[in-house]
Design a protein around this ligand. Structure first.
Ligand SMILES: [Zn+2]
Ligand SMILES: [Zn+2]
Length: 192
């Protein structure tokens, strides 16, 4: 193991490759370098936990997931398209426009409650299905805490499709399951 700053500068702490596979950055105060795309993949694995948004060592706010995972050439496309999530509720499908971030999450909650006539103070359970931006694999993210990660994936998938690139798995084939328990509605949300 290497313990000097000089060494830490040379490689990405996640993939251990150097800057031959992309620029190395220091997104927080820690003395270590990372490829932003590697950091984004790691943040996605931490979806819903505080490590998704802050470095667990120095507590600095990390770059937003949609920035670290969005291929740079798609940035102009991403700015111009609206991502959607398909919500399945009691067998019916609805499309809801989304945007990442706290305000986006508040809008999403409000839209879902309005659409399904849920009381304002009700809580609902949700799981998100999205395509992992780097591999296109299907991911299931559980809980409203994962909204930001899911909306970021939706934004990246939407940009890829608008640019004619593969945006991930075929949404229409996504399986939906839902259970309704006494006071809890379970919704399946598919990022579009
Ligand atoms: Zn890396
Ligand atoms: Zn740090």
């Amino acid at each position: 193991m290497c313990s000097t700053d000089v060494c830490a500068d040379d490689v990405c702490w996640i993939c251990l490759a150097g800057d031959e596979s992309g620029p190395l950055e220091r997104p927080c105060r820690c003395p270590r370098s990372v490829h932003l795309s590697c950091l984004g993949r790691w943040q996605l694995q931490q979806a819903g936990r505080s490590e998704e948004q802050r470095c667990r060592f120095c507590a600095c706010v990390l770059p937003p997931l949609e920035d670290s995972l969005l291929p740079p050439h798609l940035a102009p496309v991403a700015a111009a398209v609206t991502p959607y999530m398909a919500v399945v509720y009691q067998g019916e499908h609805f499309k809801i426009p989304v945007r990442p971030g706290l305000e986006g999450m508040a809008e999403f909650r409000a839209r879902v409650k309005c659409l399904f006539g849920l009381p304002h103070d009700s809580d609902f359970q949700v799981s998100f299905e999205c395509a992992a931006p780097t591999s296109g694999e299907k991911l299931t993210l559980r809980g409203m805490g994962c909204f930001n990660a899911a909306a970021s994936c939706a934004a990246i998938s939407a940009a890829k499709r608008a640019a004619g690139e593969d945006g991930g798995f075929e949404w229409s084939e996504a399986q939906q399951q839902q259970q309704q328990q006494q006071q809890q509605q379970q919704q399946q949300v598919v990022a579009q």
